[in-house]
Design a protein around this ligand. Sequence first.
Ligand code: SF4
Length: 86
Amino acid sequence: MSEKKKYKIVYVKNECIGAFACIAAEPGTWKESVEGDKADLIEGVNEGDEVYVKEVDELDNNMEAAQSCPVNCIHIIDQETGKKII
Ligand code: SF4
């Protein structure tokens, strides 16, 4: 079984209003969806109900991305403590 990565990014896509602050903050993780109305979590895994997750060891600028999201639909879980950071 593969080791869990340090953090889990959780993106609730149906709450996204397409402000693209996340892409401005962290373009390596976020991109415009094909439809252009929402963001996509690059290499995110669909967990159903428009919730996408991605495990990472480095947050890069994803704290800034989550903080800058006007509808707070980007969350980050510390997988070592199980705590939600944002
Ligand atoms: S900042 Fe939030 S609302 Fe804006 S595109 Fe990113 S996820 Fe969607």
